[in-house]
Design a protein. Structure first.
Length: 269
């Protein structure tokens, strides 16, 4: 059983939901990423989503685009990100880590080489935003060979046949994008998310995580009542932008946000 599956099984047994914060590797400085990952775990994160900086993050709004720009100023590459995960694993061999990014850096490294290096570093799952399963057979085969979960996105516009296809290819968990548009946009509509999750669950027994539009403890708790996992990205990364020059303040602000979300999710408020 993978680390992701083990974590969701433990959460189900405890009648809790997963909290999955996202950070961009190398933002605002490469040396800050691993300590921040550990701080997230201590604050209540169950799985960590680590963004691989990319020059054209088309699915991301201005907050995460700016995070990629800050990281790329330090020339943070996919190899650097794998090294960060490997360093994290020196003292944490339990918390699942998912890489989120775009296909180009993986293609440059090569599917098989990437999968081998990701496995060796301690990565558990990979979400490649711009690779649909129809075009990803070789990549998914390379991931499966290394027992890595391929995680895919579903959206409010995904039709039933598309949901079925994505769920058949997915591993780890299914990531439902609760809003149309880019990350950090619009306002969460819990009723429409609830209806869509019912449709998705007809096609998979995998946990379903919901992201985009989760800004605070109240929205995290609302999503936790209907989903298996709460994914929070822009609300976390905005703290990196606000306090770019003050690393202790970033850690303090982000861990405070994660703790309040964790408390609200666990209490059902």
């Amino acid at each position: 059983m993978s680390r992701i599956a083990q974590r969701f099984a433990a959460l189900r047994a405890a009648k809790r939901k997963a909290l999955i914060p996202y950070i961009t590797a190398g933002d605002p400085q490469p040396s800050f990423t691993v300590p921040m990952m550990h701080a997230l775990v201590h604050a209540g994160a169950d799985i960590i989503e680590v963004g691989v900086p990319f020059s054209d993050p088309m699915a991301d709004g201005p907050v995460i685009q700016a995070a990629c720009e800050r990281a790329l100023k330090h020339h943070v590459s996919l190899r650097n990100v794998l090294s960060m995960v490997k360093e994290f694993r020196q003292t944490d061999n339990e918390t699942p880590v998912v890489l989120m990014g775009y296909l180009n850096p993986v293609e440059v490294m090569g599917y098989v080489s990437f999968a081998e290096q990701a496995r060796a570093a301690g990565v558990d799952g990979v979400l490649t935003v711009d690779l649909p399963p129809e075009e990803g057979q070789d990549f998914m085969q390379a991931l499966r060979a290394q027992q890595l979960d391929a995680i895919f996105l579903l959206s409010p516009t995904s039709i039933d046949s598309r949901i079925q296809k994505i769920c058949a290819a997915a591993g780890g968990f299914v990531y439902y994008v609760s809003l149309k548009g880019v990350t950090g946009a619009a306002t969460l509509d819990v009723a429409s998310v609830t209806a869509k999750l019912r449709d998705i669950r007809r096609h998979t027994d995998l946990p379903i995580g919901v992201g985009f539009g989760i800004r605070d403890a109240a929205s995290a708790a609302a999503v936790a009542r209907i989903a298996d996992a709460v994914v929070v990205g822009s609300a976390v990364v905005s703290k990196f932008a606000a306090y770019e020059k003050d690393l202790p303040r970033i850690e303090s602000e982000v861990t405070s946000l994660i703790r309040t979300m964790r408390l609200a999710m666990d209490s059902g408020q």
